[in-house]
Design a binder for this molecule. Structure first.
Ligand code: F6P
Length: 543
C-alpha cells in the first residue's frame, strides 16, 4: 500500500521513541531549563505554548520528519493551488480564496474565481450594512430589528460562535437569532419573540435541500405570510446557496440571494456569504478584519518553516498525543465565556473533516484518525467535569485558549480566569503525588491513620498533555486567525493520516434512514419501525 503510514520510517522511529519516553513524567520534562523557549512559538499576536506535552526536541524532529515523509509541504502547495484535494467529490477546497486578497486573478477551470468572490462579498456586505443602518426596510417600511438565520451545521455553528465571540463589536440595533434544530422549539421560541414587520430571515444552506433547514424555512415563510401576506416574502427572506432553482421555488428575490460555490465546504464557509449574519452583527469593516485574520494565518501556514508553523505544530502534536501517547479525546477549554461555542464549532470542523476510516485510496486505515472533540469554557468546566480529568482514568489532551486582555470592564476578574488557566494546565501536567498528599496531611496535624486513609484520595496522577493558545485580545482579526489555525491544523492531520478531510459521507446514512423512519411513523400500523418507534408512535397518537 503506497500510503501506509505505519511503514513511514519516521513513524517507526516515533513508535520506538514513544516507548523510550513512556517512563518519563511531564513534571520532569517541565522542570528542564529552557523548556518554554524550546516548545513555544509566536506569530504576531498569537502564542502557542506546547511545552506541556510529553515530548522532547527529538520528538519534534521526528514529527517534522514525518510531515516531510507524508509530503505535507507538497500537499499544502496543492491545497493553495486550487488542485482537487477532495477526490471523492472531485473538488478543490478554496475557502482560503474566499478570505484572501481581492487581487490578483485566481483561475479555476479557466474562470477568475477571485473576481466572483469579491463581487459577491461586496454585495453581501452592502446588504449587511444597509440592514444595520436602517436603509434596508421591511415590507411595511419599518426598520429591521431582528435577523433570523435558518441553517444547520456549517450554516449555523460558525456564525453563532463568531457572533458570540465578537459580542463586543456587535450592534445593538439589530438582534441576530438562530434556528437550526428541526424539532420546532427553537423556531417557536424565536417566532414568539420577533415582530414580523421588523424581521429579516436568512435561509442559509449551501445545498438548500437540508431537511431541517427546509422545514424551518418553510414554517417561517408560512408564519410571515400569515402576518404580512405573500408579497412580503420577497422582502423578508434572503438566502445563501449554490442551488438557484431551489431559491426560485422558495421565492427568494434575485437581489436577495447570495452565491456559494461547491469548492467551499460547509464547515469552512463562514468566510463566504454564509457569514451574512456575522456581517450584520459586527459590520462590514469588522467582517473584513475577520477575513484578514484568516488570511494572515494562511500566509503563515504556506510560508513558515514546518518547525515554526503554528497549524503544523498543532496538528503534529495532536497526532503524537492521539496515535503515540494514547489520548482518546481532545478537550477545548476557552478561558473567555464569549468563546463558549468555540468547542461546538470545532466539533464539526474536526470531527466531520477527519472522522474517516478509509484512506484517500479507499483502503481502511490501520491507525487512529480524527479524535473526539469536546469542551466548555474553563471555569465552568472546572466546577463540573474537571474532577474526572484530574483524578479519573481517562487519557485526554487539552487545548487551553485565552485572550490575554479581557473584553469586559472587569479586568481583575479576567486575570482570575487567566490564573485559573495557568493553574489547571500546570495541575494537568504535574499532578499531585502521594508523597505530597501525605506531607500535606501530616502538616495539617492529621493522625497517621487519617494520613494513610486520605492521602490516596488526594493524588492527582497528572502527566496529561495540553497546549496553551494565547491571543492578545479577542477581536475580529484574532478570531479569524484562530479559526483558520484550527482549519489548517485539521488539514495537516489529514495529510499525516492520509485521509480526505473535505467530504462527509458519514452523515448520509442517518439522513436516509430518518426519511424512512419518518414515513414509518406516519404510515398506518407503523410498518418498519423498531419496537421503540412503535411506542413513540402510540404515545404521539395518544393511544
Ligand atoms: O449534514 C452535514 C452537512 O452536510 C454539513 O456538512 C453542512 O454544513 C450541513 O449539513 C448543512 O448543509 P447545508 O448548508 O447544505 O444546508
Amino acid at each position: 500500500m503506497a500510503d501506509d503510514l505505519l511503514q513511514a520510517p519516521a513513524w517507526k522511529a516515533l513508535q520506538r521513541h514513544a516507548g523510550e519516553l513512556s517512563g518519563t513524567h511531564l513534571r520532569d520534562l517541565l522542570d528542564q531549563p529552557g523548556r518554554f523557549a524550546a516548545f513555544s512559538r509566536q506569530h504576531g499576536h498569537c502564542l502557542l505554548d506546547f511545552s506541556r506535552n510529553r515530548l522532547t526536541t527529538d520528538t519534534l524532529g521526528l514529527l517534522i520528519a514525518l510531515a516531510g515523509e507524508r509530503e505535507l509541504p507538497r500537499r499544502i502547495q496543492t491545497l493553495f493551488a486550487g488542485d482537487v484535494v477532495n477526490p471523492t467529490e472531485n473538488r478543490p477546497a478554496q475557502h482560503m480564496a474566499v478570505r484572501g486578497p481581492d487581487a490578483p486573478p485566481l483561475l479555476v477551470n479557466g474562470a477568475d474565481i477571485r473576481a466572483e468572490i469579491v463581487a459577491e462579498r461586496e454585495r453581501m456586505l452592502a446588504l449587511a450594512d444597509a440592514v444595520r443602518s436602517g436603509e434596508f426596510r421591511g415590507s411595511t417600511g419599518g426598520r429591521i430589528r431582528h435577523v433570523v438565520n435558518i441553517g444547520i451545521g456549517g450554516s449555523d455553528l460558525g456564525l453563532v460562535m463568531a457572533i458570540e465571540a465578537l459580542r463586543e463589536f456587535r450592534t445593538r440595533d439589530v438582534e441576530v437569532h438562530f434556528v437550526s434544530n428541526v424539532d420546532g422549539t427553537q423556531l417557536a421560541d424565536v417566532l414568539d419573540s420577533v415582530p414580523a414587520a421588523e424581521t429579516l430571515f436568512i435561509v442559509c444552506s449551501k445545498t438548500f435541500v437540508t431537511w431541517e433547514t427546509a422545514l424551518n424555512a418553510n414554517a417561517a415563510r408560512t408564519w410571515l405570510l400569515g402576518q404580512l401576506g405573500e408579497a412580503a416574502v420577497a422582502r423578508h427572506f434572503v438566502a445563501v446557496s449554490v442551488n438557484a432553482p431551489a431559491m426560485d421555488t422558495f421565492g427568494i428575490a434575485g437581489q436577495h440571494r447570495f452565491r456559494m460555490w461547491d469548492w467551499v465546504g460547509g464547515r469552512y464557509s463562514l468566510w463566504s456569504s454564509i457569514g451574512l449574519a456575522i456581517a450584520i452583527a459586527i459590520g462590514s469593516d469588522h467582517f473584513r478584519e475577520l477575513l484578514a485574520g484568516g488570511h494572515e494565518l494562511d500566509e503563515h501556514f504556506r510560508s513558515a518553516p514546518l518547525a515554526d508553523n503554528l497549524p503544523v505544530l498543532l496538528g503534529l502534536i495532536g497526532v503524537w498525543n492521539q496515535n503515540l501517547q494514547g489520548t482518546t479525546s481532545q478537550a477545548i477549554l476557552p478561558y473567555d465565556a464569549r468563546l463558549h461555542r468555540f468547542p461546538a464549532y470545532l466539533q464539526q470542523l474536526e470531527m466531520e473533516s477527519n472522522g474517516k476510516g478509509v484512506a484517500r485510496d479507499g483502503q481502511p486505515v490501520r491507525w487512529g484518525t480524527g479524535t473526539i472533540i469536546w469542551g466548555e469554557p474553563g471555569n465552568n468546566a472546572q466546577h463540573s467535569f474537571f474532577q474526572l480529568l484530574h483524578q479519573g482514568t481517562a487519557n485526554f489532551a487539552a487545548d487551553f485558549i485565552a485572550p490575554v486582555e479581557g473584553s469586559s470592564p472587569y479586568a481583575d476578574q479576567h486575570l482570575v480566569g487567566l490564573a485559573n488557566l495557568l493553574a489547571q494546565a500546570e495541575a494537568f501536567a504535574r499532578g499531585y503525588t502521594l508523597e505530597a498528599a501525605r506531607a500535606e496531611l501530616v502538616a495539617k496535624g492529621r493522625s497517621p491513620e487519617e494520613v494513610a486513609r486520605l492521602a490516596p484520595h488526594k493524588v492527582h496522577p497528572g502527566n496529561h498533555p495540553s497546549n496553551i493558545l494565547l491571543v492578545r485580545r479577542l477581536d475580529p482579526r484574532s478570531l479569524g486567525f484562530l479559526i483558520a489555525l484550527y482549519e489548517q491544523k485539521v488539514f495537516v492531520q489529514s495529510c499525516i493520516w492520509g485521509i480526505n478531510p473535505f467530504d462527509q459521507w458519514g452523515v448520509e446514512l442517518g439522513k436516509l434512514m430518518a426519511t424512512g423512519m419518518h414515513e414509518a411513523l406516519l404510515a398506518p400500523g407503523g410498518a418498519g419501525l423498531p419496537p421503540i418507534g412503535q411506542v413513540m408512535r402510540a404515545w404521539a397518537r395518544d393511544d
